[in-house]
Structures are given as structure tokens and as C-alpha cells.
Design a protein around this ligand. Structure first.
Ligand code: PGA
Length: 255
């Protein structure tokens, strides 16, 4: 049985004061958790990693970064390396979020390099994949998602021990209030698992957690997470409100 996960993506939001308040509210709402409940994590701007890690140290909340450099070290002004994130005991790092791909020109090859860099430093990369509305309407959803995934499979020798997560986030559903229907999402998640089964192994396909992202809300979460191949959510906007994020985490925990 795969454990459900709910991961918040704060994007470029927050301040020291608002982060403290949000995390306090989450900690108060979580209460006692155990392994039968969903994993909960927040991916925060890198400058806050250290403070957030300290605040959540006695709680079940795990912490991730939103990006990393593909390079190990050197003259890359403004970049943050995998080993720097690892030094802060960062649990997860998003790679290939659609905003990175579209606004900052990250190709699938660069995303694969970042995925590899994360693994080398012992971080768990969360590989984000997803199609635009145009691509969906042209019937290209699975070919786009497959190509994004293949870039990683071609670069990294994935096996049963590899710690990573996949997030399917249709670009047209991110921050728009439009959510893929549970059936639309399930189809793509199944397709991702089939691709892993055919290109890597059955065990890898069975083991990997595949999250859905794109306007996940307290109202849409339960039906999405009830799908056979959806193992939780990557949550943007709703992760900035403790009440909403907790409701989504509860939906995952009840699945
Ligand atoms: P959203 O963002 O939940 O606000 O749509 C999801 C994401 O970009 O990861």
C-alpha cells in the first residue's frame, strides 16, 4: 500500500511572520498523527528553509524546497545547490514545476539534471509533469507527459530503491480554479504508471507515489484521492490557508 501525501507549494509567498503563524496553525490542527495518516509537507522559498525546519522539528510536517541548481558548486550566481539543501535536512525538492519550465525556460533535459542532482545529495525530488490546455485539446496529453518523464528515465537509472515522487499537474489547472476531473487525472496517473512499468519495472511503477496538482481544494480533494492511482496532492493556493490545507490532508488521511 502506498501512503498518501499532501505537499504544499507556497511558491513566492510568505514572510517570517506569516510563515510562523501558518505553521503554528497547521501544528495545532494536526495533533497526534501516526503512520496510518497521510504524510504532510510544505515546499517553501529557500531563504525560509532553515527557520521553517526549526519551527516544525517536533511535528510531523516535512519540509521541501521549490527548486535547486543542476550544478554541484561554482560560479552560478543566485543558485542554490543540492548539497546546500541537504545540509539543512531538506526532505523534498520540486523539480520541473510548470512555472519553472514556462517562466524560467527549464527544458526537460535540465529538469532531469536537477532530478539527478537532488538524488545524489539524498534529497527526494518531486518531478512535476503536465500538459497545457492547447496540448490537451490537441490530444497530446500523454505524449507530452511521457516525454517529460522519459527525459528523467533516460538520464537516471531508476530502481526500486530510488526515493522520488511524481506530481501530475495539468498546466491549465494550476492557479486557475479549474481542476481535472478525477477520471481525467486518474487516466494520466495510470498512463504514468504504465510508462514506468514498461520502461523501468513493475515494482517501480507500483511503488512510486503520484500526486495530483492543480487547484486542489478541500471540496475536490476527496474524489481525486479516492482514485486508484492518485496518491495525494501537490497544493498551491490552498496550502497558504491552514484550514484548507488541513482539510485536504484529512481527505488524504481518510482515503
Ligand atoms: P494551485 O497550484 O493549487 O494553486 O493550482 C498547484 C501548484 O502549482 O503546485
Amino acid at each position: 500500500m502506498r501512503r498518501q501525501l499532501v505537499i504544499g507549494n507556497w511558491k513566492m509567498n510568505g514572510s517570517s511572520a506569516s510563515n510562523t503563524a501558518l505553521l503554528s496553525a497547521l501544528q495545532a490542527g494536526l495533533g497526534e498523527t501516526d503512520a496510518s495518516l497521510a504524510t504532510i509537507a510544505v515546499c517553501v522559498p529557500s531563504v525560509y528553509l532553515s527557520a521553517v525546519k526549526t519551527q516544525v522539528q517536533n511535528s510531523p510536517i516535512k519540509v521541501g524546497a521549490q527548486n535547486l541548481s543542476q550544478y554541484e558548486q561554482g560560479a552560478y550566481t543566485g543558485e542554490v545547490s543540492a548539497s546546500m539543501l541537504a545540509e539543512l535536512n531538506t526532505d523534498y525538492v520540486l523539480v520541473g514545476h510548470s512555472e519553472r519550465r514556462s517562466l524560467f525556460g527549464e527544458s526537460s533535459e535540465v529538469v532531469a539534471e536537477k532530478f539527478e542532482a537532488a538524488l545524489k545529495s539524498g534529497l527526494t525530488p518531486i518531478l512535476c509533469v503536465g500538459e497545457t490546455l492547447e496540448e490537451r485539446e490537441a490530444g497530446k496529453t500523454m505524449s507530452v507527459v511521457s516525454a517529460q518523464l522519459k527525459a528523467v528515465i533516460d538520464r537516471v537509472a531508476l530502481n526500486e530503491e530510488t526515493q522520488y515522487i511524481i506530481a501530475y499537474e495539468p498546466v491549465w489547472a494550476i492557479g486557475t480554479g479549474l481542476t481535472a476531473t478525477p477520471e481525467q487525472a486518474q487516466d494520466v496517473h495510470r498512463g504514468i504508471r504504465d510508462l514506468l512499468q514498461n520502461s523501468v519495472s513493475q515494482a517501480c511503477a507500483d511503488r512510486v507515489a503520484i500526486l495530483y496538482g492543480g487547484s486542489v481544494s478541500a471540496a475536490s480533494a476527496q474524489a481525486l484521492f479516492a482514485q486508484a492511482d492518485i496518491d495525494g496532492g501537490l497544493v498551491g493556493g490552498a496550502s497558504l490557508k491552514a484550514e484548507d490545507f488541513l482539510a485536504i490532508w484529512r481527505a488524504a488521511s481518510n482515503t
